[in-house]
Design a protein around this ligand. Structure first.
Ligand SMILES: [Fe+2]
Length: 260
């Protein structure tokens, strides 16, 4: 399948592979999450398809790479296939990020839903009783979604087409990602199945908020502008991704409650 929503980044999506010119993205590293690698995150994993999602790490135009490296950021592109595993829509397996050295503040991340189809699960670190707060983010194409510090996160494709997202975060931060809670609990705290949103019985859930993301131009978060371009033009606006301990992450400023 060819997808024309490459939004000026110069790539195509064809049958489980990103198409792009290697000269244009010299440092990009293709990767792929197979059913066997990702099925642990589904309560019913008896049935699925060979490839769940795939993408490219360091998806940075060769001409822009110095801006990413010098400022200590990286960009990744992810494509989530349409379809279900069991009765659940295909999603990323989920992880928490590592802490800023000397703090208990985890590095945040920003995602752009380049296409329609995405919903995001954010869940707090478990409290002393093992309970989590859940934020379920509903998006449309162009939305930018902040994964606040100390929130584990999952991206999910609720559509019938490949869903494409880009994320920007501290360079090489994925090396510190922790997948263990999502493995132990068999996915995230809230899941979307054919029958709607369901609580994962392996969790204690303290609260659930259903939201849409808000813009925050002083942090480089503008719906109608490609995240990649906002970053290249003003990398300094994204300092909150590198030094989150110096910023307030007010959930009411980042998200607005909605009904679904
Ligand atoms: Fe992440």
């Amino acid at each position: 399948m060819k997808n024309n929503n490459s939004a000026g980044l110069g790539f195509t999506v064809i049958a489980n592979k990103l198409g792009y010119k290697k000269d244009d993205y010299k440092s990009a590293i293709d990767w792929l999450k197979s059913f066997d690698d990702g099925k642990y995150a589904y309560l019913d994993s008896t049935k699925g398809q060979d490839v769940l999602y795939y993408g490219a790490r360091y998806f940075e135009k060769t001409a822009d790479e110095k801006i990413f490296v010098d400022n200590d950021f990286m960009a990744d592109l992810t494509v989530i296939n349409p379809g279900k595993v069991g009765n659940e829509y295909i999603k990323t397996v989920g992880h928490y990020h590592g802490y800023v050295p000397g703090t208990v503040v985890a590095y945040p991340e920003i995602y752009e839903a380049i296409t329609d189809g995405f919903e995001y699960l954010l869940q707090s670190e478990p409290d002393g009783d093992g309970a989590v707060d859940v934020i379920w983010v509903v998006t449309s194409a162009g939305d930018k979604v902040v994964m606040p510090p100390n929130y584990g996160h999952v991206s999910m494709n609720f559509s019938n087409k490949p869903a494409i997202e880009m994320d920007i975060q501290k360079r090489d931060n994925p090396n510190q990602s922790d997948y263990s809670l999502f493995k132990e609990k068999v996915g995230g705290a809230l899941i979307r199945t054919s029958d709607g949103l369901k609580e994962n019985v392996n969790y204690k859930i303290k609260s659930i908020k259903i939201v849409k993301p808000l813009e925050k131009p002083d942090w480089g978060i503008i719906k109608d502008k490609l995240l990649y371009n906002s970053f290249i033009e003003s990398p300094e606006k994204f300092e909150w991704l590198l030094k989150p301990q110096n910023y307030m992450f007010d959930l009411d400023e980042l998200f607005e409650d909605i009904e679904i």
